[in-house]
Ligand binder design. Structure first.
Ligand SMILES: [Zn+2]
Length: 163
């Protein structure tokens, strides 16, 4: 495994739409393993492939119930319970902001072998899943702010960035 370089705002790559994963190969598995190591080293609780420079619809979410979950070609099929949440992003270092996200989502995705599954996420895990899936379409949380970005003074690991 290897710790990869994290792409940071305002790099235009972060604004690109990622592509569907069609080959569930050793190369994908290597990427997912490297993403996990990169996320844990940052430290963060979620990471999307675009953040390490690969335009694949693949991300990791560190959940409370199921540990690190790999979501490939993921889509949200149901969402509810919109609430404000303070988030950060590994690609927007040193800042946090308030965003409205659903606190209950159902996600349909594939695992690293291409097998389809459906998973429910709640609370912080739901916010994190929405945040990572936004990265698939070039959307950053700073596009959705309901309160201005502030310097990060909170040491609680709440969303993607734990710093
Ligand atoms: Zn992010």
């Amino acid at each position: 495994m290897a710790i990869l370089n994290i792409v940071k705002e305002p790099d235009e790559l972060l604004r690109k739409r990622s592509k569907e994963v069609t080959e569930f190969s050793a190369r994908l598995h290597q990427l997912l393993d490297d993403m996990r190591e990169t996320m844990q080293a940052a430290p963060g609780v979620g990471i999307a492939a675009v953040q390490v420079g690969t335009l694949y619809r693949a991300c990791l979410v560190e959940t409370k119930e199921n540990g690190v979950v790999e979501l490939i070609n993921a889509v949200i099929t149901d969402s509810s319970d919109l609430r404000e949440f303070q988030v950060g992003c590994l690609s927007v270092p040193g800042k946090r902001g308030i965003v409205i996200y659903p606190h209950k989502v159902t996600v349909r995705a594939q695992d690293r072998t291409g097998k389809g599954f459906t998973m429910d996420f709640t609370e912080r895990d739901a916010v994190c899943a929405c945040h990572e899936l936004d990265h698939f379409d070039g959307v950053l949380y700073i596009d959705k702010l309901v309160a201005p970005v502030e310097a990060d003074t909170d040491s609680e690991p709440e969303s993607e960035s734990g710093e």
